[in-house]
Design a protein. Structure first.
Length: 315
């Protein structure tokens, strides 16, 4: 399934994107046998794996012509697939990005990076969706994008093995981890962070895509797929990579995140930036960075295009 939250002229619905770039009202039998209209993706996630399978089967056999409520892409406003996050962890899992970032600082990759997948917690309240305006962070002159993929936990679990991790994933979506590089550089010199350099905005969308839609691109590693990743600024390609280049798989990331801790439905886990996936890498940290009015598009095969406009600077 490809699931989107859309706003029409008169309603806000949870819908499934069936085909031909049309959006269809998401009507699925509930566990009590009655038809239910879902307005929150978290509602669906919390129903559990057995109900997800029922939903997938219903969507497969539904004839789009029989669904009363449907809209074209130009008739809807897309929102972030998840309006409410229970938590947001962002990993640092692409080796090329890690190597380049460390080269720019004049040092080698720390050996510890090859021992464990590492992450930080980001602000799960500052969430933006497709076509939203991203506020330029106050006191920054160096706003950057980061091209990432994220997974959403669907099934709770603790001490999950990498091999079992896919049983706990509900789906995947594009993640733009917006970064204020000058603020980030200042605070990380103290030995903590990133914090204020990151917590002003994260973008997700345009859809949440369940693993069955990606099965033919599975690489054999837990949660890793062969999907091209591209970033464009004002229509010009700046970044290109592939999800399959992950050094640490989503299985590894989930195993690390769940060690001694209960992961909950609705928790989001980011991959970290793909190689070449930010201006910090591409300009060796010198810029130029994003400017007000710039349009940033992140595209990942099968997951869609996530587009945002950079807002004006705050005084």
């Amino acid at each position: 399934m490809r699931i989107a939250v859309i706003e029409t002229s008169d309603h806000l619905f949870m819908l499934s994107v069936i085909k031909n770039n049309h959006f269809y009202q998401f009507l699925i039998p509930s566990h009590k046998g009655k038809t239910r209209i879902y307005k929150s993706l978290l509602q669906i996630i919390k129903e559990g794996p057995k109900h997800w399978e029922v939903m997938r089967n219903v969507v497969k056999v539904q004839n789009p012509e029989d669904i009363r409520q449907r809209w074209g892409a130009d008739e809807v406003q897309l929102h972030s697939p998840l309006a409410t996050f229970t938590s947001l962890r962002d990993f640092y899992a692409f080796e090329q990005h890690v190597k380049t970032a460390n080269e720019n600082r004049g040092r080698d990759v720390p050996p510890q990076w090859y021992e464990i997948p590492v992450f930080y917690f980001s602000n799960h309240s500052a969430i933006y969706g497709p076509d939203d305006i991203i506020p330029y962070p106050r006191r920054s002159q160096a706003l950057d994008y980061e091209l990432e993929v994220a997974c959403v936990i669907g099934k709770a679990g603790q001490d999950i093995s990498a091999e079992q991790a896919e049983e706990h994933i509900f789906g995947y979506m594009i993640f733009n981890d917006w970064s204020a590089r000058d603020i980030q550089r200042q605070e990380m010199a103290v030995g903590l962070g990133p914090a204020k350099g990151k917590d002003f905005a994260s973008s997700f969308g345009p859809y949440l895509v369940t693993p069955d839609e990606l099965a033919d691109r599975h690489t054999g590693r837990p949660g890793v797929y062969d999907l091209e990743m591209v970033a464009r600024v004002n229509g010009v390609e700046r970044s290109r990579g592939n999800c399959k280049d992950l050094h640490w798989s989503f299985g590894d990331m989930i195993a690390r995140a769940s060690e001694g801790v209960m992961l909950q439905p609705g928790d989001v886990i980011g991959s970290g930036t793909v190689g070449t996936g930010c201006l910090l890498e591409l300009t060796k940290g010198q810029g130029p960075y994003l400017q007000p009015g710039d349009v940033v598009e992140l595209e990942i095969e099968r997951l869609g295009v996530l587009r945002n406009l950079i807002g004006e600077r705050n005084s």
